[in-house]
Structures are given as structure tokens and as C-alpha cells.
Design a protein around this ligand. Structure first.
Ligand code: HEC
Length: 156
């Protein structure tokens, strides 16, 4: 009888452990609302904010907007996702990579704006990489279905 009680106690403790682990995993999931929005807002929206052109407008006059130091609009989750997993898949990753995954070993040209110091840039890149999940620099035409599925980039 005592052995039975001990087994049951073990089962209960194990189950509680599994539930606690699952809950903690959920808490660490990086999301746009919780973790990414504030980085983008602080480091990118000066030039990619709501007063910047939509991607369609931008594509019609790239040179003109570059001269005004305006890039395409990334002010909302939907607008940002265009550059993660949309018509411009991988653009965010290509521009933000620190050089570890680029062909020429150079960082993407927006990496420098990711922070005011090397440490801040590196920390913000870690958050964005975790958020995206499967970090790939590939474009729409090159990306495989499996690679696309690996891009998580949760909103909430
Ligand atoms: C000082 C202004 C400025 C800041 C700050 C800035 N960008 Fe840019 N960005 C530009 C301009 C201008 C372009 C277009 C010229 C080019 O392609 O380099 C651009 C282009 C891009 C593109 C390519 C878009 C496309 O489809 O061609 C991405 C992606 C991008 N930026 C992401 C970011 C991210 C993410 C941040 C913040 C970490 C950021 N940028 C910060 C000015 C800026």
C-alpha cells in the first residue's frame, strides 16, 4: 500500500513538473508585441515609420526615397512581415545579419542601426533571431517549404 502511494506521488510530481516546464516554455516564446516592436520602434521607425512609403510606393521610386533617407514602411506587424515572410521574404534577415550568414562575410547594411553599441546590436539581433526562428537569408524564389515553415515570427 505504501509503495502504491509512493508511485502515485511520483506520478503527481512528474505531471506537475511537465506542466510547469510547458508553462515556462510558453513564457519564453519571443513575440512581436512583447519583444520586437520596441526594438523596431526605437531603432528603425525613424526611417521606416508611418510617414515612410509603402513597399509599393518605395519600389516605384527607390532612388528618390533613398535620397530622403526613407525606406519602406515597417510600422505594423503586417508591414514588417512583408520583409520577413512576405513578398520581400528574407529582406529583414539579409539587412540585419551580422555577417555570420552572408556570402561575403559583411554585415547587412541595417545591422549598424540595430543598436548604439556593439553589445546592444548583438543583443537586439539575438532577440530578433529568436523571434524569427529559422533564420534564413533566402529570397521568395529560393526558400524551401521547410525553411518557410521554420519562420515563426509570432505576433503575440
Ligand atoms: C537612418 C535611416 C534608416 C534606419 C534607422 C533604418 N533604415 Fe532600413 N533602410 C533605410 C533606407 C534609406 C533604405 C533603402 C535603401 C537601401 O536599400 O539600403 C532601407 C532599406 C531597408 C530594408 C530593405 C527594404 C527593401 O525591400 O529593399 C530593410 C529590410 C531595412 N531597411 C530594415 C531596417 C531595420 C530592421 C532597421 C532597424 C534595425 C532599419 N532598417 C533602420 C533607412 C534606414
Amino acid at each position: 500500500m505504501q509503495a502504491m502511494a509512493r508511485v502515485m506521488l511520483l506520478v503527481i510530481l512528474f505531471t506537475a513538473g511537465v506542466i510547469r516546464y510547458a508553462a515556462s516554455q510558453e513564457q519564453v516564446a519571443v513575440t512581436y508585441e512583447k519583444d520586437v516592436k520596441s526594438i523596431i520602434s526605437k531603432r528603425c521607425l525613424l526611417c521606416h515609420g508611418s510617414n515612410a512609403p509603402t513597399i509599393e510606393e518605395f519600389n516605384k521610386d527607390k532612388e528618390g526615397f533613398k535620397q530622403q533617407n526613407k525606406g519602406p514602411r515597417m510600422d505594423t506587424y503586417e508591414n514588417l512581415m512583408i520583409f520577413v515572410n512576405g513578398t520581400d521574404t528574407g529582406a529583414l534577415m539579409r539587412r540585419l545579419d551580422d555577417g555570420k550568414n552572408t556570402k561575403d562575410g559583411n554585415a547587412g547594411n541595417m545591422y549598424k542601426t540595430l543598436g548604439g553599441t556593439d553589445v546592444e546590436r548583438a543583443e537586439n539581433l539575438v532577440v530578433i533571431k529568436k523571434w524569427i526562428g529559422g533564420w534564413t537569408l533566402k529570397r521568395n524564389a529560393e526558400i524551401t517549404d521547410a525553411e518557410r515553415k521554420a519562420i515563426k515570427a509570432l505576433e503575440k
